[in-house]
Ligand binder design. Structure first.
Ligand code: C2O
Ligand code: CU
Ligand code: CU
Length: 495
């Protein structure tokens, strides 16, 4: 009898091991060498604002559902703004007053639109508290008060962000300022200044978006098809020697490690919150969900080269890494240079001249421990609870520890920060600029320094969270308010 039990137990263990092996074997994904780059890369249109009598720029966005041909010959039900998939690029300059009328034309779906990276009042932020009911319009207004940067916007309804972003509502919001436009950098939108919105999807055979995840998906769904600006299998024709690429990781979970197929170098000129002080020669730039980078690359007349995402360095163990995309690589877009290229001025050796916050810990230290796949400091999000209260005008050090084996990152609304310590050492060079989202490797700590300059509101919080959207939706998110000296935190609207 005992012998039979032992045999049966042994068989079960073997079967489980075999199943785990098969899952592991099938979990890495790549399209390298499989694309033909048939389709011309779409460039999201620039949305023209109306200018009212007070000089305010008024943008109109209409959220809608529809059918889009994402894969040739198939239709996919998708969401978009002013179109059925993705959203137009908004553009405004420091000092501009803007208003965006966001009409929710989605059938029976409440959502929100968050201006990721924008420094603005909490009431205009578009986080989970600024819900837009179907058929209604939300009209936040604010004054652009930050440096030139590549920002973006996306839904932020709790706990539906992963789903709403995956369906396709994603747009860029480019902020300009005099300092940046005074530099000789490629800046003709759609010509030598190209937005690249990266989003990975999985498709069913009938073309619909798959939303079910595999049995082991620590960070959520990882798509095996990459859409760039909504274009599958894309190529981009360039006509200038130097081209600026504004990279945005708009994916739910995938980390992209972007470089060129021939390993050529490029200049990193900006991270999420604007220009670096000087360009940095790199041959890879890794972007976790929500992160942006602006790079300038040089091309030779008539050449073709592929922009590729190489296997990212996630800092995971081999098992967790396999199911989090660490072994995945993808061709993103083939760049085809014209036979004759217009001459471009060299990338300036000095970029941002304005003072950066000092790259050293300062002020009060707040600790945030990301644990498991759903909590910060041992708690899941409660939209009725204010987790942190900071005083306006103060500088603080936020110490973020990934206490799990799973990839996480960390994003703070409203502010820009500097990374002052990364995984036990000084920040690597590409993290030396101004940021709003940063990767936090498993079992490591990242220290950020940030200042809370204005926009006090005791009741309406801003969010901080992991931007792996499955984690955010599961509750790896918290709320902070900015207070006047002596003011007490109030209570968020109960929704
Ligand atoms: Cu990209 Cu809380 O957002
Ligand atoms: Cu944000
Ligand atoms: Cu996470």
């Amino acid at each position: 009898m005992l012998k039979w039990i032992a045999v049966a137990a042994g068989a079960i263990v073997l079967a489980l091991a075999a199943a785990a092996f098969l899952l592991y074997q099938g979990a890495d994904q790549s399209n390298v060498g499989e694309l033909e780059f048939t389709n011309q890369l779409a460039i999201p249109p620039l949305l023209q604002p109306e200018v009212d009598a007070d000089g305010r720029q008024i943008f109109e966005l209409e959220l809608q559902q529809g059918e889009t041909e994402l894969l040739r010959g198939k239709t996919t039900e998708t969401w978009g703004a002013n179109g059925t998939y993705l959203a137009p690029t908004l553009r405004a300059a420091a000092g501009d007053e803007v208003q965006v009328n966001v009409r929710n034309g989605l059938p029976d779906e409440t959502t929100t639109i968050h201006w990721h990276g924008m420094h603005l009042p909490a009431a205009a932020d578009g986080g989970p508290h600024q819900m837009i009911q179907p058929g209604t319009t939300w009209s936040p207004e604010w004054t652009i008060d930050q440096r030139a940067a590549t920002l973006w916007y996306h839904p932020h309804l709790h706990p539906e962000t992963e789903d709403h972003v995956y369906r396709g509502i994603t747009g860029m919001f480019i902020v300009d300022d005099l300092e940046a436009s005074g530099l000789e950098l490629p800046d003709s939108y759609g010509r030598d200044d190209i937005p690249l919105i990266l989003a990975d999807k999985k498709f069913e055979d009938d073309g619909s978006l798959r939303d079910s995840k595999g049995p082991i998906s620590p960070t959520g769904l990882l798509g095996d098809e990459i859409l760039v600006n909504g274009t599958h299998d894309p190529h981009l024709r360039v006509t200038d020697e130097l081209v600026r690429l504004r990279l945005l990781n708009a994916g739910n979970a995938r980390v992209y490690n972007v470089g060129f197929s021939d390993d050529r170098g490029f200049d990193l000129i900006a991270t999420e919150q604007g220009l670096l002080q000087a360009p940095q020669q790199l041959d890879r730039i890794q972007l976790s969900p929500g992160e942006r980078a602006e790079i300038v690359a040089a091309f030779e007349p008539g050449e073709e080269v592929v922009l590729r995402s190489f296997e990212p360095e996630l800092g995971t163990n081999f098992w967790e890494g396999r199911f989090s995309g660490a072994d995945d690589s993808f061709d993103l877009v083939e760049i085809r240079a014209a036979a004759e290229l217009a001459e471009s001025p060299e990338v300036p050796g000095a970029l941002a001249r304005h003072a950066f916050p000092a790259a050293e810990p300062a002020g009060e230290v707040r600790r945030f421990e990301l644990s498991g796949q759903s909590s910060i400091n041992g708690q899941e999000l409660n939209v009725g609870r204010i987790d942190e209260a900071v005083e306006v005008g103060t500088t603080e050090t936020w110490e973020v520890e990934n206490a799990s084996g799973t990839p996480h990152n960390f994003h703070i609304h409203d502010v820009r920060f500097r990374v002052v310590e990364y995984a036990g050492g000084p920040p690597p060079r590409h993290l030396g600029g101004l940021k709003d989202t940063v990767y936090v490797p498993p079992n490591e700590t990242v220290r950020l320094v940030t200042t809370f300059d204005d926009y006090t509101d005791p009741n309406l919080p801003y969010m901080f969270h992991c931007h792996v959207l499955q984690h955010e939706d599961r509750g790896m998110m918290g709320q902070f308010v900015v207070l006047e000296p002596g003011q007490q935190p109030g209570s968020p609207p109960n929704e």
